[in-house]
Design a protein around this ligand. Structure first.
Ligand code: NDP
Length: 475
């Protein structure tokens, strides 16, 4: 992709020519205060269509063995009507509602009632009470980081059930997949609506609320920055990580169990998808403290985008590969499987090292080594809404000197590996890489827009030193 949206890509300058600009940005940064027509149109489209997109994918697997065009062709040729498809769709059931309530309650309890003990015995793991980034209003929140512990205990219980207790079938998630979808939607809408009302009437930090005057934008992108109940129940941290991401690996395990039940064995493609995605999930929880400094937590407000997205979009669409492999038990040739594994691991390596470089750099205030050398730095400053001047640094070494978001490239390589594990029979499992490419490109543009308003001329100096966003020479 050519760098069309950035017509004036500046040439790379020598870092020595970069001087610190103390006249950097003033005023507001963070999520938008005003909504243009394009954003409004996209938001209304997403609010109306996203639940149907998720339904369409899951229904296509359930009724058409994951053939994405199946429902459209049947309707277009008169072989089926919408009402026929709907009539064959499993409704919400009491069992699914109980299961889902139990699941969410269990995760809430693990989150709120069990202070982290993993950091006491796991060398290198940072958990327990940690601080987030400075919010636009100048607030620094504290978080109880115990996601790894929640993930470990949940999976311990899952394996204990599968091998010893037999309280429930390991295929339970697959067997209730569509009824559970309705429950996830109810929670997603309930929590987003609650967050909106809370933002208006009883916000946790009124100074960090943003009102655009547009109801749809406020509902989708959120009003409150860090809604909380009590001191510790933080909506963003809870809904981003649990129940969705803890569930991700369980959902995959349930799909593997179903594949074995239906076809008598688990294929190497299913093993690859389970292993590569488990690495990503464990990495997320191992680095939950780092996650406090990512865009989701330290820049996005909590609305439908995060609330519904974490409850429905993530667990249902990020697990499409495993679901597909239940219907199509692909067994890959050894070279194909090795290629997928290599791509997944190299992608993960870039993703992790790039994120680690920035984290290390920020934590040590630049007093560290990146690729064995003292890092190159751009000093920058910004003003929070309370008028306070803050200083920060931008890293220009390591992967952050190759491109401004090379961490996204690693993520995209990993995402492609999951899809390639499903072979070339159908388009459906490739939805993930298409979606991730759109998400991360959009995120990259959104983040750069925000950084430009936050750092002003200091950000310009960074884009001059590192001219490309994702791929050097291309974009
Ligand atoms: P980044 O980790 O890239 O964070 C961007 C922020 O880092 C900027 O807003 C800025 O914040 C700071 N920053 C930017 N450039 C520099 C620099 N050169 N030196 C120091 N700090 C810099 O973005 P995300 O939070 O989006 O992503 C984190 C990871 O999560 C990525 O690897 C991404 O791939 C992954 N991800 C995965 C998703 C999924 O659905 N699977 C969704 C979203 C992300 P500041 O204001 O502090 O300067």
């Amino acid at each position: 992709m050519a760098a069309k949206s950035q017509p004036n890509v500046p040439k790379a300058k020598s870092i020595d020519s970069i001087t610190n600009d103390r006249t950097a940005s003033q005023g507001q940064w963070g999520r938008a205060w005003e909504v243009d027509w394009f954003s409004l149109g996209s938001i209304i489209f997403l609010l109306l269509c996203a639940p149907f997109i998720v339904y369409y994918f899951i229904m296509a697997c359930d009724q058409y063995s994951c053939a994405l065009t199946g429902p459209v062709v049947d309707i277009a040729t008169g072989r089926a009507q919408l009402s026929d498809i709907w009539a064959k769709t499993p409704p919400i059931t009491r069992k699914a509602a109980q299961l889902y309530t139990l699941w969410v309650t269990f995760q809430v309890l693990l989150y709120t009632s069990l202070p982290d003990f993993c950091h006491k015995f796991l060398p290198g793991y940072v958990g327990g009470i940690q601080e987030g980034a400075v919010t636009p209003a100048g607030v620094v929140n504290k978080y109880q980081i115990n996601g790894l512990q929640a993930w470990l205990l949940t999976h311990l219980l899952w394996f204990a059930n599968a091998h010893l207790l037999s309280w429930f079938s390991p295929t339970i998630i697959f067997d209730n997949w569509i009824p559970l979808l309705w429950c996830a939607n109810i929670l997603g809408y309930a929590v987003s609506t609650f967050a909106m009302v809370k933002g208006y009437f009883f916000p946790t930090s009124a100074r960090d609320c943003k009102f655009t005057g547009n109801f749809f934008y406020n509902y989708m992108m959120g009003v409150e920055f860090n809604p909380r109940i009590g001191k510790w129940f933080d909506f963003k941290l809870f809904f981003n990580g649990r129940p969705g991401i803890v569930a991700w690996t369980l959902i995959n395990l349930s799909f593997a169990a179903k594949q074995r039940e239906l076809h008598g064995h688990v294929t190497n493609a299913m093993v690859l998808v389970n292993v590569l995605q488990a690495i990503y999930v464990i990495d997320f929880f191992w680095n939950e403290t780092w996650y406090l400094k990512t865009i989701d937590i330290c820049h996005d407000h909590f609305g439908w985008y995060l609330g519904w997205g974490d409850c429905v979009w993530l667990p249902y669409l990020y697990t499409l590969q495993g679901l597909y492999l239940v219907y199509h038990p692909v067994q890959l040739s050894t070279p194909h499987a090795m290629g997928v594994l290599l791509l997944g691991l190299v992608g993960y390596y870039i993703f992790r090292v790039a994120n680690h470089q920035k984290d290390l750099f920020r934590r040590t205030d630049g007093r560290c080594l990146i690729w064995g050398k003292k890092p190159k730095v751009i000093e920058c400053s910004y003003t929070s809404a309370d008028g306070q001047r803050h200083h920060s640094k931008l890293l220009v070494s390591g992967f952050w000197g190759v491109a401004r978001h090379f961490n996204y490239v690693g993520d995209l390589m990993g995402s492609l590996a999951y899809c390639l594990a499903c072979g070339g029979g159908h388009l459906l499992p490739y939805f993930y890489i298409i979606y991730m490419a759109i998400l991360l490109t959009h995120r990259c543009l959104r983040d750069e827009h925000r950084c430009a308003s936050k750092y002003g001329r200091d950000w310009e100096r960074y884009t001059a030193a590192v001219p490309y966003r994702l791929l050097p020479g291309i974009f």
